[in-house]
Design a protein around this ligand. Structure first.
Ligand code: C2E
Ligand code: MG
Ligand code: MG
Length: 760
C-alpha cells in the first residue's frame, strides 16, 4: 500500500530526479551548443585565415610579376642600345647576371632569336608577333607596361613577360621572359595552400592555366574551373549561386572567396585573386573546410570528454541524491508508519490501509476492533517491561498468523490495539484463535497471567470513510466494558453515546451537587428477626436533584468510582452519619449502630485511617457504633496492605462488614484472613436460593460456617415472610430488606425508629 504521505515523499524524490534530469539535459545542450559554436567559430576563423594566406600568396605573385617586368624593362633598355650582333650578345650576357631570371629570350628583326646570350633556332620575331596577335595582344597593349602573354610551353603553362625594345622611338624587338607557373605554385610560398588544398591559375573565363603538382580538391578535367566546381558540388542552390558569383567576379577582375557544398557534404572554400600584372589571370586556392574538423577534433574531443565527465559526475550525484533520498524516505516512512515496540505498523499506517481497503474492497464487510489487554498493568508490574513488551509483539505476530492480508492490526499506544477485520461468520472463531496464540506465546514466556482482550467493536458502514470517527466509536464501546465484566466485547451503538453523554453530564455537575447538599443519607433498618426489633441501619446515599428527582446509587456510584469522586462522597456520607450520631447523643438518645459503604478507592487513599480516626474523635462516636461495609473487590490489589488497614480500623473501634458475600468470587480464604465482624449475604444470592434446594443447603452451611467463625451474619434483600421464616430456621437472625423497610430519609428514620411514630 502506498499512502498519501509516502506518495508525497516519492513525489519529492521524483522532483529531485526530474530536476537532476533537466540539469543533465541542460548540460548536454550546453555541450552541443558549445561544440556547434566552436565549430562555426573555428570554421569562420579558418576561412578568414585561409583567405588571408591566399591573398598574401597572390600579393607575392603580383610582386614577383612586377619585379620580373621591371627587370625585363631594364634588359630591354640595355639591349636597345646594342650596335651589332656582337654588342648585343655581350649586353645580353651582362644583363643575365643582375636579374633573377634563368632564361631571357630576346628577339629582334635583324638577328633573330636569342636564348640568354645564345642564338636560339626555330623562333623568330614574326613568329612571336603572330603568336602575340593570336593571343589578342595588339602591339600597343604589348608595348605598354609588361602585360604578359600566355604561352603553353612544353610541360605546364608559362607566363611570358614580353617587353618591347625600342630604339629611337621604333620597336626593334622583344625581351621576353617565361615564368613556369606550375613551378611557382609548387614553391615554398604556396606550401600552406598546397598542404591543405590546391592552388591554380585560371584565366578570366575560368580556363585552368596551371595547377600545383597534385591537385585533389576539385576536379580539373572539366572545360573550366567553374564547371569542375559544379561537377564537384552537391548541385544545390547555394553552390550554384556561389559559382555564379565567381563567374561574375572573374569577369570583373575581382577578388574574394566563395563556398560550395561538395557532393560528399563537406564545404569547399574557393579563394580567388586577380593578378594585376597579368591583365587576365587569377590565382585560385581551394580547400575542404572539413579540414577544420580535423583541427577542431582535439578541441571537440576535449569538450566532449569534459561533458562526459560532467554528465558522469551529475549521474553519480543524482544516484547519490536518489539513494540518499530513498534511504531518508524509508527512514521517514519507518518512523511515520512503524511502531517501534512491536515492529508492526502504527496508527498512521492503519488509517491509510483501512481507507484503501474500504475503497478497493467495497463489498467486503469490515469491522474495527479497538482492544486492549485487561490488566496489562499487572503483567507489566509482575513480569517487567521487557516481558510485557513481548506480549505486545506477540499480539502483532499472532494476528499476522491468524488473519488474512486484507486485515491489519496495529498497536496505538501502551497496550492499546486497533484492528481492521473482515466481518464474516468466522470472525469470532478467528479472534479466539488469535487470543489463544497470544496466550500460548505468553505461557512460553513464563507469563502465567491469562491475556484477555477488551474489545470495542465498530461496524463500518458502506460509504462511511471517516476512520477516526469509527476508531473513536470502537473506543467508546471498549470503555463500556468494566473491569469486572465477563463479556469482553462491546459493540458501539447510539445508546452508548447517550450513556456517555449522561456520564459527562453527571461529572459536570457532581461538585456543584455536593456543594448544594444534593447528596442525602437514607437509612435502611437492619432487623433482628429472632427478637423482632431494629438492631441498626445501613446508610445508603441518594442524590436528590434541585427539581426533586431522586437518583439511585447505581445511576451515579459507578461513575464516581471511575472518576474518583466516590472518595469525597463516601467520606461525606461517613461524616454525615457521625454528625447525626453526635447530635443524637447530645440530645440524650442512644444511636443505633449504622453501617456505611466504603469504596476500595477510599480505602486505598494514603491517609484514610487517620482521617477516619479524626472523624470519630471530632464527633465522639462511641466504639462499635460505626460499621464499615467493604466488598471483596477491595482485596483484589495489594491484599496484605488492605488487611493491615482493616486491623488498624478495628483498633479505632470500628466494626467491619463484608458486603455482598455470595456474588463475585467470594473467596473463602478472605474469611479466614480478614477479621470481619459481619458478613452480609447479598440479596441476589438469597433470592435465587429461595426455590433451589442445593442453594438453600449452601446458604444453610454458609450461615453455620460464618457463625462458627465467630462472625455476625446479615441477609440483605429480604422481601417476603417466607424468606424471613427460612432465615429464622437456619439461624440467620439479622436481616435487611424491603420486607421491613425500604431505605428512608434520616428525618423519617428518626421519626419512625427513635420517636416510634407510625408511618403516615
Ligand atoms: P449495598 O451496600 O449492598 O446496599 C443494599 C442495597 O440493597 C441498597 O440499594 C438497598 O436499597 C437494596 N435493598 C435493600 N433491601 C432490599 C430488598 O428487599 N430488595 C431489593 N431488591 N433491594 C433491597 P441501593 O440503596 O440502591 O444501593 C445500591 C448499592 O450502592 C449499595 O449496595 C452499595 O454498594 C452502593 N451504595 C449505596 N450508597 C453508597 C455509598 O454511600 N457509598 C458507596 N460506596 N456505595 C454506596
Ligand atoms: Mg452495603
Ligand atoms: Mg450489599
Amino acid at each position: 500500500m502506498q499512502g498519501k504521505d509516502s506518495s508525497k515523499k516519492n513525489k519529492a524524490v521524483s522532483r529531485i530526479l526530474w530536476i537532476g534530469f533537466m540539469v543533465l539535459i541542460l548540460c548536454v545542450t550546453v555541450c552541443v551548443i558549445l561544440a556547434i559554436y566552436l565549430q562555426s567559430t573555428f570554421r569562420k576563423q579558418f576561412s578568414d585565415d585561409y583567405y588571408v594566406r591566399h591573398a598574401t600568396a597572390a600579393e607575392y605573385l603580383n610582386r614577383m610579376l612586377d619585379r620580373r617586368a621591371a627587370q625585363s624593362k631594364k634588359i630591354a633598355e640595355i639591349v636597345s642600345a646594342a650596335g651589332d650582333e656582337q654588342d648585343l650578345t655581350q649586353r645580353l650576357d651582362r644583363t643575365i647576371g643582375f636579374s633573377e631570371m634563368e632564361t631571357v629570350f630576346f628577339v629582334n628583326r635583324e638577328y633573330g632569336l636569342y636564348r640568354n646570350a645564345e642564338p636560339a633556332e626555330g623562333l623568330n620575331f614574326e613568329m612571336l608577333l603572330g603568336l602575340l596577335e593570336e593571343l589578342n595582344y595588339n602591339e600597343n597593349d604589348v608595348y605598354i607596361g609588361h602585360a604578359p602573354a600566355v604561352i603553353r610551353l612544353n610541360a605546364g603553362a608559362s607566363v611570358i613577360i614580353a617587353t618591347p625594345v625600342r630604339k629611337d622611338g621604333e620597336m626593334t624587338g622583344f625581351v621576353f621572359v617565361p615564368l613556369k607557373l606550375a613551378d611557382i605554385l609548387d614553391s615554398e610560398v604556396f606550401r600552406y595552400q598546397n598542404q591543405i588544398g590546391d592552388c591554380l591559375i585560371v584565366d578570366k573565363v575560368g580556363e585552368i592555366i596551371a595547377t600545383s603538382s597534385a591537385p585533389e580538391v576539385v576536379s580539373h578535367t572539366e572545360e573550366t574551373f567553374q564547371l569542375g566546381l559544379l561537377a564537384h558540388s552537391d548541385g544545390g542552390d547555394r553552390s550554384r549561386k556561389a559559382v555564379q558569383e565567381l563567374n561574375y567576379n572573374l569577369n570583373k577582375k575581382g577578388s574574394g572567396y566563395i563556398n560550395i557544398i561538395s557532393e560528399e557534404g563537406y564545404g569547399v572554400q574557393v579563394s580567388y585573386s586577380f593578378l594585376n600584372g597579368t591583365e587576365q589571370l587569377f590565382l585560385v586556392s581551394c580547400c575542404r573546410d572539413n579540414l577544420v574538423d580535423g583541427r577542431l577534433q582535439p578541441l571537440l574531443f576535449g569538450s566532449v570528454l569534459a561533458c562526459i565527465f560532467i554528465i558522469v559526475l551529475m549521474l553519480t550525484s543524482l544516484t547519490v541524491v536518489w539513494a540518499t533520498a530513498k534511504r531518508t524516505n524509508m527512514t521517514v516512512e519507518r518512523l511515520a508508519y512503524e511502531d517501534p515496540v512491536t515492529g508492526g505498523k502504527n496508527l498512521n499506517y492503519f488509517r491509510e490501509f483501512a481507507l484503501n481497503q474500504m475503497i478497493s474492497a467495497r463489498e467486503t464487510p469490515f469491522v474495527i476492533y479497538r482492544f486492549d489487554i485487561a490488566n496489562f498493568r499487572y503483567i507489566n508490574e509482575s513480569y517487567g517491561h521487557q516481558r510485557a513488551d513481548k506480549v505486545l509483539v506477540s499480539c502483532i505476530k499472532s494476528f499476522r498468523e491468524v488473519f488474512s492480508e486484507k486485515e491489519l492490526c496495529v498497536r496505538m499506544d501502551a497496550d492499546q490495539f486497533l484492528a481492521l477485520l473482515v466481518n464474516d461468520s468466522l470472525l469470532d472463531k478467528r479472534f479466539d484463535e488469535f487470543t489463544n496464540a497470544v496466550n500460548a506465546d505468553a505461557r512460553g514466556n513464563n507469563i502465567k497471567f491469562p491475556v484477555r482482550f477488551k474489545c470495542g467493536i465498530c461496524q463500518i458502514k458502506k460509504h462511511d470513510h471517516d476512520i477516526d470517527v469509527m476508531i473513536d466509536h470502537a473506543n467508546v464501546a471498549r470503555k463500556t466494558i468494566g473491569p469486572d465484566n465477563k463479556e469482553m466485547r462491546a459493540f458501539y451503538s447510539e445508546s452508548i453515546v447517550d450513556d456517555m453523554r449522561k456520564v459527562s453530564h453527571i461529572e459536570n455537575i457532581q461538585q456543584k451537587a455536593m456543594a448544594e447538599n444534593e447528596f442525602r443519607v437514607y437509612l435502611q433498618p437492619k432487623w433482628d428477626i429472632k427478637e423482632n426489633h431494629i438492631t441498626g441501619a445501613e446508610a445508603l446515599v441518594r442524590w436528590i436533584r434541585s427539581d426533586g428527582t431522586i437518583l439511585k446509587p447505581e445511576q451515579f456510584i459507578p461513575i464516581f468510582e471511575n472518576n474518583g469522586f466516590i472518595e469525597q462522597l463516601d467520606f461525606y456520607t461517613l461524616e454525615s452519619v457521625c454528625m447525626r450520631m453526635k447530635e443524637m447523643i447530645e440530645e440524650g438518645v442512644e444511636p443505633l449502630p449504622v453501617s456505611v459503604n466504603q469504596s476500595g478507592l477510599l480505602l486505598h487513599s494514603p491517609d484514610y485511617v487517620e482521617n477516619v480516626e479524626k472523624l470519630l474523635r471530632t464527633y465522639n462516636v462511641p466504639s462499635g457504633a460505626i460499621e464499615l461495609e467493604i466488598t471483596e473487590k477491595v482485596f483484589a490489589n495489594d491484599r496484605e496492605a488492605m488487611i493491615g488497614i482493616i486491623h488498624r480500623l478495628k483498633l479505632l473501634g470500628v466494626r467491619l462488614a463484608m458486603d455482598d458475600f455470595g456474588v463475585g468470587y467470594s473467596s473463602l480464604t478472605l474469611l479466614s484472613d480478614v477479621p470481619f465482624d459481619v458478613i452480609k449475604i447479598d440479596g441476589a444470592f438469597f433470592a435465587s436460593s429461595e426455590g433451589n434446594e442445593r442453594e438453600r443447603m449452601i446458604l444453610t452451611s454458609v450461615v453455620k460456617m460464618v457463625k462458627d467463625l465467630g462472625m455476625e451474619i446479615v441477609c440483605e434483600g429480604v422481601e417476603s415472610e417466607s424468606q424471613v421464616e427460612f432465615l429464622q430456621r437456619i439461624g440467620c437472625n439479622k436481616v435487611q430488606g424491603y420486607y421491613f423497610s425500604r431505605p428512608i430519609s434520616e428525618p423519617d428514620f428518626i421519626r419512625r425508629y427513635y420517636k416510634n411514630e407510625k408511618e403516615g
